[in-house]
Design a binder for this molecule. Structure first.
Ligand SMILES: Nc1ncnc2c1ncn2[C@@H]1O[C@H](COP(=O)(O)OP(=O)(O)O)[C@@H](O)[C@H]1O
Ligand SMILES: [Mg+2]
Length: 256
């Protein structure tokens, strides 16, 4: 099967010379959830932001199979084509909802913004699509016109999910989506993310410093350390029989 995303030898180097990640290669298949774990500073966000076309890589390639446009060399696209893909086929969920949402607009208007970016123009149709998305992420329809600041952290992440899913992306990139949340809220959000992937067939690249989060959702996992992938394989196998000393350390710290 052709991978939905094929990343080869990706490196991100920041202007100050710091290496975010280097030599990263992996595939994501259609509908698959792939986990990315590693301690803070191991390069997870650098990797994700490069694929989200938010930072420019210093090396490497990524080929994405666009539903509408066929194979796309992500890092060779012009600005217009990048925007087109980002608004329609690749969704992004940040750890901090303030990075992704406009807190001066209602929750519904935030989701509607994603539709406007993809050239939805009819007010009634936008309103009903936003309502459909609110239902999909289990948000109360009666709260569409409330400001995000009046929502709990877990609900703000649901608004972000609704926005990221608005145009039916085939790939969703999630950077520590349950990072700042209480354990019980985190568990409910992870359940929802799993259901969304299953029901909508959305492939996901799920970044977390927490192996437990990845264990719950991801079939395959990349383990990162100091900007490099040190282990890649089935999540269950990494948990049961980690090959690399760093993965052993991560698994051990999770079990104790
Ligand atoms: N915008 C940036 N400018 C300079 N260095 C950065 C920037 N973002 C991340 N880094 C550095 O890149 C490395 C990897 O960071 P990051 O990708 O954020 O890791 P993680 O998401 O795993 O915590 C770290 O050394 C970090 O300090
Ligand atoms: Mg990060």
């Amino acid at each position: 099967m052709t991978p939905l995303l094929a990343v080869r030898e990706l490196a991100v180097t920041y202007p100050n010379g710091i290496v975010g990640c280097t030599g990263v290669s992996f595939d994501v298949h259609p509908g698959e959830i792939v986990g990315v774990v590693g301690e803070s500073g191991s390069g997870k966000s650098s990797l994700l932001n490069a694929i989200a076309l938010a930072v420019s890589p210093s090396h490497g390639s990524a080929v994405f199979q666009s539903r509408c446009r066929g194979p796309q060399a992500l890092f060779a696209l012009n600005a217009q084509d990048r925007r087109w893909l980002r608004h329609r086929e690749i969704g992004l969920v940040h750890q901090n909802p303030r990075t992704a949402l406009n807190f001066d607009l209602s929750a519904g208007a935030n989701v509607a913004e994603a539709l406007l970016m993809a050239e939805w123009r009819h007010y009634g149709r936008i309103r009903s699509r936003v309502a459909e998305l609110f239902a999909r992420v289990e948000l109360d329809l009666g709260r569409m016109d409330d400001l995000p600041s009046r929502f709990s952290g877990g609900m703000q992440q649901r608004v972000q999910l609704a926005k990221a899913l608005a145009n039916g992306p085939t790939l969703l990139l999630l950077d520590e989506p349950t990072g700042g949340l209480d354990v019980s809220i985190q568990a409910r959000l992870l359940d929802l993310i799993r259901e969304l992937s299953r029901d909508l067939g959305t492939a996901m690249l799920l970044v977390s410093h927490d192996l437990e989060v990845v264990r719950l959702l991801a079939r395959r996992t990349l383990v990162m350390q100091q900007g490099r992938v040190v282990e890649i394989g089935l999540t269950d196998q990494i948990l049961e029989d980690p090959q690399e000393s760093y993965s052993q350390l991560l698994v051990h710290s999770m079990l104790t």
